[in-house]
Design a protein around this ligand. Structure first.
Ligand code: SAM
Ligand code: SF4
Length: 351
């Protein structure tokens, strides 16, 4: 069991005491915080979880609503965080979600708040989330064919997901971005179909390369669908040109796709594996049980929950957070022969 536990982040010896933000030893500054609200989920996407699910975090280990609000407020007030994305697991299964968004929005009104979700149940909560201060949603949708969706997610819920996406757009949660992972032999032939659907609905679609973050450790470099393959399949179907807009720290390479019949818009490709963008990374992650992870692929993490529950002051917690950030690795190292997948899968880190 011990090999399944990520280690504490090594102590950073040389972090300058003058740094106020979340700076690392390679000069990157994290301003985008991903907050996982739960490791639980109502889908079982095959590239993420086994069919039987996982051993969920015990309830007492999960940060309470008050603790989440406090940590996010510290990040905004002390650490220069400007954007917060709530994720999971599936954040919509967290009972207090609307209230958490509302309280964070009131405590730190300058923060941009967004959600990454599978959209199941979003039809019921989109309006309340928008009223609470959420501005945007990213929805994971790997297929618009009921049978592929069910094969991929192991649940027959495409209809609910589509209803959630529509409700998000109607509630003004804009832009709605759609994330899709392609799996060889499952939905890799569906890229043009997904693009046509997204352009028709007015959503920006981004294809994400599959990463070695599944709980089953089933990822293989040889079978993953690469960004080059995704682009080739789009180019075979459409007129595809690189987008001139500045990319900045955004992970997606963007393209303008003309699918004919007036269907034209942007499509992104997030080549996390084959064209990593670690040098521009501005992200930091907080797990549902209060651990800071300075990288998705970090093998270490730093406990903030313990300090919080021991009564630490905001300034002390902020300092622990800065210390956790400083040793961030320069890159994910997937190509390194010594690469080891982190013990926590994506669903327990917060994607
Ligand atoms: N449940 C929510 C959802 O699916 O949007 C939020 C959490 S999920 C872990 C966040 C994102 O991670 C989703 O877009 C999902 O497709 C992606 N994801 C999960 N496992 C992945 C993997 N092994 N490689 C690439 N992306 C993955
Ligand atoms: Fe759930 Fe998201 Fe993982 Fe799919 S990708 S199983 S929706 S956490």
């Amino acid at each position: 069991m011990s090999e399944l536990v990520d280690l504490p982040t090594p102590v950073a010896h040389a972090r300058p005491a003058t740094e106020r933000g979340l700076v690392d030893r390679h000069g990157r500054v994290a301003t985008d915080l991903r907050v996982s609200l739960t490791d639980r989920c109502n889908l079982r996407c095959s590239y993420c979880m086994p069919p039987e699910g996982l051993e969920w975090l015990p309830g007492e280990d999960v940060l309470t609503d008050d603790e989440v609000v406090r940590l996010v407020t510290i990040a905004a007030e002390h650490l220069g965080v400007r954007e917060v994305r709530f994720t999971g697991g599936e954040p919509l299964v967290r009972r207090g979600l609307v209230d958490i968004v509302d309280r964070v929005h009131r405590a730190a009104p300058g923060l941009e708040l967004s959600l990454t979700t599978n959209a199941l149940g979003l039809a019921r909560t989109a309006t309340a989330l928008a009223a609470a201060g959420l501005t945007r949603v990213n929805v994971s949708l790997d297929s618009v064919r009921p049978e592929s969706y069910a094969a991929l997610t192991r649940r027959d819920r495409l209809h609910d997901a589509l209803a959630g996406i529509e409700a998000a757009a109607a509630a003004g949660l804009s832009p709605v971005k759609i994330n899709a992972v392609l799996l060889r032999g499952v939905n890799d032939a569906e890229a043009p179909e997904l693009v046509r659907w997204a352009l028709g609905a007015g959503h920006e679609l981004r294809f994400i390369e599959q990463m070695p973050l599944d709980a089953q450790h089933g990822w293989s470099r040889d079978t993953m669908v690469t960004a080059d393959e995704i682009l080739a399949s789009l180019e075979a179907a459409f007129d595809v040109r690189p987008d001139d807009e500045e990319r900045g720290s955004a992970p997606a390479e963007r393209f303008v796709v003309d699918a004919g019949d007036g269907l034209r818009g942007r499509v992104g490709v997030i080549a996390s594996v084959t064209r990593p963008f670690c040098g521009d990374c501005d992200r930091v992650r907080l797990t549902a049980d209060g651990q800071v992870r300075n990288c998705l692929f970090a093998r270490g993490e730093s406990d903030l929950r313990g300090a919080l529950r021991d009564g630490a002051a905001d300034a002390t917690i902020a300092d622990l957070w800065r210390t956790a950030m400083w040793p961030k690795a320069p890159g994910h190292g997937i190509d390194d022969p010594a690469f080891l997948q982190p013990a926590r899968p994506m669903s327990a880190i917060g994607g």
